[in-house]
Unconditional design. Structure first.
Lengths: 308, 205
């Protein structure tokens, strides 16, 4: 990804430019001034170039064609998803995603049709950042990557591996294409437009929803990643805020009891007056979360052992 | 952005709640019925599909709004600051937050494009507080979950939070709200919400 190199240079510039604004610091976002600057830059680039291109793409091509393009690139990502399942000790899912790739590449005509989804081989979402998390690595500070968008130190490292494993860079020799580099560039450019076009609705919603888009995206990103790392079933957050702030606290509390892994903090926060400092403390305690990740990892390796 | 925002796209499937039978209905049945009802209307309404916000807002207000507890949503998003607000301020906050959320929903609805929505059986025994889980499917992306946190009230089941792909609407607003209150007090937050709503209204007309 050539733009990553340009991006690195821009990031350096952004660090210098970003020292202007000062806001209440979030413990997960110590680099906020720099991140905000990169966010503004990304936003400007998006408004000037990427969004209009994506809108044009969407206006010109019929739904069916865009779905084919979406499926095609989605299929090219499945082998790497399978590898990550394997690295996380999820043998069955690794097999399922490998089958997905084989079935869609053949019966789905090069991945243009997602026939595997109808054969109980659903699409999954994995990347190397998630694998690192399962291995026990914490989020690290929040990081807005030029052009790409929200990430963290850990996910940024993951992204490098993901970029390396991006299949359009690996057009096999036997294809013996005359203009290999041109093919690589066209494919990745088309994919980029495809990705942005798929997000048009989401970014419109974001415009409507957010008071502060930067903070909204950041806070959503952490929740989303946590959900993905735990494959959709994260343990309850070590955060008593939700329960303590609710006017109907008793009901929430009773719901909490039924959750087997409810954090002890939830019950400790009983007097509403005490919840102020507690909830702040809960955020600081966040670095503990990786302890849970390794629990997930050991659950994974237990499954590996069972498979043997 | 793609990792995060794809789930946001599925806010389109949020069409919550047609106001049919109320008290007796189980929460999962309620969400399902409302969703199907709203989707049927959208599928037939060319104006909504082409992005007529005014009409969509009307649909949301009629069908979806009655099934939300906006007071609780606002209180949850405010966290500990909720108690700092006077009753008058609380009322203003709920009003402004409701306007903001309704418009966001409406934008999401106009984005709906024939995705399949599947409902999962209720996990917990039906208590006073329950999470109704559903999943939106579209080829080329992984299924995205939409979970509705609901509570039982004398007026039937009410939604007090929605999580799309694990991203809770209420939680996502919490930091922003806390920041606004820290820098401008509760009054400052009210002003920000009003400003946002005014600006969006201008744009919509």
């Amino acid at each position: 990804m050539r733009f990553l190199r340009i991006a690195a240079a821009l990031a350096a510039a952004a660090i210098l430019a970003g020292c202007a604004t000062q806001r209440a610091p979030s413990p997960r976002d110590p680099l906020e001034p720099m991140n905000r600057a990169v966010f503004e830059f990304n936003d400007a680039a998006d408004r000037a170039v990427f969004k209009p291109v994506a809108q044009g793409y969407r206006a010109v091509l019929p739904d069916v064609v865009r779905a084919g393009v979406r499926n095609f690139f989605s299929n090219l990502r499945d082998p790497w998803i399978a590898v990550n399942q394997l690295l996380q000790g999820k043998i069955e899912l690794a097999l399922s995603d490998s089958w997905r790739f084989i079935v869609n590449t053949t019966f789905g005509i090069g991945g243009v049709f997602d026939v595997a989804a109808d054969m109980r081989l659903p699409k999954h979402n994995e990347d190397f950042g998630q694998t690192l998390a399962v291995w026990g690595l914490g989020d690290g500070p929040y990081l807005v990557i030029p052009i790409w968008g929200p990430s963290t130190a850990r996910d940024g490292v993951g992204l490098v591996a993901d970029a390396y494993a991006y299949l359009p860079w690996w057009i096999p020799d036997w294809l013996d294409l005359e203009h290999r580099v041109a093919w690589q560039n066209s494919l990745s450019a088309l994919d980029f437009v495809n990705i942005r076009a798929n997000l048009l609705d989401a970014t419109n919603i974001l415009e409507e929803a957010a008071l502060d888009r930067y903070a909204f995206v950041r806070d959503a990103y952490f929740q989303r990643r946590r959900n993905l790392i735990y494959d959709g079933n994260p343990p309850p957050e070590p955060d008593a805020d939700k329960a303590s702030a609710a006017p109907r606290r008793l009901e929430t509390e009773s719901a909490r009891e039924s959750a087997p892994f409810a954090p002890a903090a939830g019950t400790e926060t009983a007097p509403p007056a005490a919840s102020g400092p507690q909830s702040d403390a809960a955020q600081v305690v966040d670095p503990k979360v990786p302890a849970n990740y390794s629990a997930v990892l050991s659950a994974g390796s237990a499954r590996v052992a069972a498979a043997r | 952005m793609r990792r995060l925002l794809i789930p946001l796209a599925f806010l389109a499937a949020l069409p919550l709640a047609p106001a049919i039978a109320q008290n007796a209905q189980a929460p999962d049945a309620l969400v399902k019925e409302v969703t199907q009802d709203v989707i049927e209307i959208i599928k037939q309404d060319k104006d909504i599909q082409s992005g007529n916000t005014r009409k969509t807002v009307a649909l949301v207000e009629e069908k979806v709004l009655p099934h939300f507890n906006f007071t609780r949503m606002t209180a949850l998003a405010m966290g500990i600051n909720w108690r700092k607000a006077t009753p008058d301020q609380q009322k203003l906050l709920v009003d402004q937050f409701r306007t903001l959320l309704v418009r966001t929903y409406s934008t999401a609805l106009t984005a709906y494009r024939n995705q399949t929505i599947e409902f999962k059986p209720l996990r917990a025994p039906v208590d006073a507080d329950v999470v109704v889980r559903s999943e939106v499917r579209q080829s080329g992306t992984e299924p995205v979950s939409i979970d509705y946190s609901m509570e039982k009230t004398s007026d039937g089941w009410k939604v007090y939070d929605v999580a799309v792909g694990g991203v809770s609407l209420v939680t996502t607003y919490r930091d922003t709200f806390a920041n606004e209150v820290r820098s401008g007090g509760v009054e400052g937050l009210i002003k920000s919400l009003e400003g946002k709503n005014r600006q969006a209204e201008k744009k919509g007309d």
